[in-house]
Write a new protein. Structure first.
Length: 696
């Protein structure tokens, strides 16, 4: 077997930027409804902000502290950082051009105009001045910058105006900074009397900029420019030294606001003197500055995409109840325990309803007098979560309730602390996981007494217990009354809540102790089958794929002749179609109205397929620094469902992006006859809606 070359991986950060480019290509797609294109513009902007706050910030911190090492591709970190900045700048300029040249005109044609002050008439100006005086002016806080007033603190991602002022008496030039209030809507309706079918907006910063004379009476306002700074907002906690994890995290969240700057965005009309002042005050380099046309920060497109114009959006989809969870009498609610006691049920969100499956399961468990205990992991959930309400109800009724709340879930830390305290007040046993590890697995374990015997009911999923994101995230979840899985979960929850050390599970693979090795063992078994002339195949669906040990195992399997299909949404360090080590590997990516989020690992196993679903991506953090869980599917109809999903994803008639041998991604969305290829998510919606009883 040929030795694997040193350049066998793609860089993870540049691969992430390629993923966000795929999001941008959806905004460029003229066949999509215009409000959806606006939404993809906002998603691109939000994604890139988080990328800089976490990934770029972390890379820069390691370089500054001297802790940076060569990347997985062998490159110097400084070179990679320069490449990231250059590529991100290209994408941001393309993003701005898509807004100005494509999306904004298309919105205007649909009756949604995003106007500038100069495009409006005197009557509009009068309406907006009145709004400004009543709702905006009182909360503005212009800050002078001079010898008596040091340069103010600028919060991360806030929009700001830099303002040049001249004193007419002395002729002296002054500088002021004005923060655009974040509690006021970024896009202001020009005239509230307009209908939604013909509506105009103006950017808040544009409105404020044309009222500056009133903020500086007696002074001459010469110029103004928009800028925004991005700060390092990653949270680091030395857990071994923290006596109280919540208190340590709250302190770190406070520190997050004052993280060092790592990117400065300025409007294209900003003069050199002002830009140099900002560079000097923020102590950043020219390479960290991005010059953009207005408007800066197109996350404002979330406001536009949420407008009530259904004809400008994807056709509405109403999730169906899984066939096995439907009541015999439509006027009644199904008994989840009765259904799951008969067979295992695999639910596919958002095509199948979260509320009539996962939510109903917990609600029934909380109300059922035969339920003795409920154990659940919570990584992210919504602010008005019925999941939390069910756990509280169960605890208040005297049931044993354990909630494993991951308060270190990035950017959800504060919300999770709030819910953890609320749960504790209700009598729920709240634990915060293991030192040094995030608990990312998606588990519910219910113990119910039936005829004097304790019976296990479990749910193991690929996505969070969040009713809101369940409507837009594609995920699988397995309901089972398997005693084997119940015992697996009993042991796992004992690990999470106590001091137990458990390495072996019967139908599960659990990180960080057994998951990576378990998957590599399966990959190696497929390679051995291929070398022996037996049927072999590996299929993987993941959000991200960068773990070198697993990738190398896949390369060895490819060298042995195993057909390997990888369906990845985001980062992919695999190099496909490379002579000598990855010729049998195909990589596809599918993006659409729903965020592809499920993780699936499927192996041919000589005709007796082994298929796992669960929470783990193939990343170092998932396999080494998180508690993750995969569960094996066993029912033939579930195995067939997963098989059909991969067949559909890799069909030549399905729209997707393909990873090429030169590491670029090519979108295949139309046939040679210029006809649209099938949208996989639309097809699955149709299939789920037409199912009476799956497998029959």
């Amino acid at each position: 077997m040929a030795e694997l070359p040193y350049d066998r991986y793609s860089d993870r950060e540049l691969s992430w930027l390629a993923f966000n480019q795929r999001v941008l290509e959806l905004a460029e797609d003229e066949t999509l409804p215009i409000l959806e294109r606006a939404n993809f513009l906002a998603i691109f902007a939000s994604n890139l902000d988080e990328f800089f706050m976490v990934r770029v910030a972390g890379l820069k911190r390691r370089i500054v502290t001297g802790l940076a090492v060569a990347t997985n591709t062998g490159r110097a970190p400084e070179d990679l950082l320069n490449d990231i900045r250059a590529r991100a700048r290209e994408l941001q300029l393309r993003h701005a051009a898509v807004y100005e040249e494509q999306v904004r005109p298309a919105l205007s044609a649909a009756g949604i105009k995003i106007a500038t002050w100069n495009e409006l008439d005197d009557a509009d100006h009068e309406i907006l001045r009145n709004y400004y005086e009543q709702h905006i002016y009182p909360v503005l806080m212009p800050l002078a910058v001079d010898t008596a007033h040091p340069f103010p603190y600028i919060s991360g991602l806030s929009l700001n105006l830099s303002i040049k002022i001249r004193n007419p008496k002395s002729g002296k030039l002054e500088f002021a900074r004005l923060k655009v209030p974040q509690m006021i809507p970024r896009l202001i309706r020009v005239d509230a009397r307009e209908s939604l079918n013909s509506v105009r907006f103006i950017a808040l910063e544009d409105l404020i900029a044309h009222q500056l004379d009133g903020l500086f009476p007696g002074m001459e306002v010469l110029d103004h420019h928009v800028f925004r700074v991005t700060r390092n907002e990653d949270v680091e906690i030395e857990e071994d030294e923290a006596e109280n994890l919540i208190q340590a995290l709250e302190k770190e969240l406070l520190r997050r606001r004052f993280g060092p700057p790592i990117r400065l965005e300025v409007s294209a009309d900003m003069d050199d003197d002002t830009r140099e002042l900002l560079i000097r005050e923020f102590e950043i380099s020219e390479q960290e500055v991005t010059i953009l046309p207005s408007p800066i920060d197109l996350r404002a497109m979330f406001t536009i995409s949420s407008l009530d114009r259904p004809e400008l959006r994807y056709k509405r989809h109403i999730p169906v109840t899984n066939a096995y969870l439907r009541p015999d009498n439509p006027s009644e609610k199904a008994n989840i325990f009765e259904a799951v006691s008969k067979r295992e049920v695999l639910v596919h969100h958002p095509y199948e309803s979260f509320s009539t499956s996962v939510q109903a399961f917990l609600e029934q468990a909380a109300a059922d007098p035969h339920v003795l205990a409920i154990k659940q992991t919570l990584y992210r959930t919504s602010g008005d979560s019925p999941i939390i309400a069910s756990l509280i109800k169960a605890a208040e009724s005297g049931k044993q309730v354990l909630a494993m709340v991951e308060i270190k879930a990035r950017f959800d830390e504060e919300a999770n602390i709030t819910w953890a305290r609320k749960l504790e007040k209700a009598g729920v046993h709240v634990v915060y996981g293991l030192v040094g590890l995030k608990t990312h697995c998606k588990l519910v374990h219910v113990i119910r007494e039936e005829n004097g015997v304790l019976k296990h009911y479990s749910h193991i999923g690929t996505g969070n217990y969040n009713p809101k994101t369940s409507r837009i995230y594609e995920d699988f979840g397995l309901f089972t009354s398997s005693e084997v899985i119940g015992k697996d979960l009993t042991r796992l929850f004992n690990v999470l809540s106590g001091y137990a050390i458990e390495k072996k599970y019967k139908r599960m693979l659990v990180a960080p102790l057994s998951l990576r090795n378990g998957l590599i063992d399966r990959i190696d078994a497929e390679a051995a089958a291929a070398r022996a002339g037996k049927p072999s195949r590996i299929r993987i669906k993941a959000n991200s794929m960068v773990d070198e040990a697993t990738i190398d195992a896949l390369y060895r399997a490819s060298q042995a002749g195993v057909p390997i299909d990888i369906l990845v949404r985001g980062i992919c360090a695999v190099r496909a179609g490379q002579p000598g080590y990855s010729e049998t590997i195909r990589v596809r990516s599918i993006l659409g109205r729903y965020l592809e989020h499920s993780r699936i690992y499927s192996f041919e196993n000589d005709g007796d397929p082994i298929v796992y679903i669960g929470s783990a991506d193939l990343m170092h953090r998932n396999l080494d620094r998180r508690v993750e869980a995969l569960v094996r599917l066993q029912q033939n109809d579930h195995l067939n469902q997963i098989h059909e999903l991969f067949e559909l994803a890799f069909s030549e008639t399905t729209s997707s992006w393909s990873l090429q041998a030169d590491d670029t991604w090519t979108r295949e969305s139309r046939t040679e006859a210029d006809e649209s290829l099938n949208d996989m998510q639309d097809l699955i919606m149709e299939q789920c809606a037409s199912v009476k009883v799956r497998g029959l």
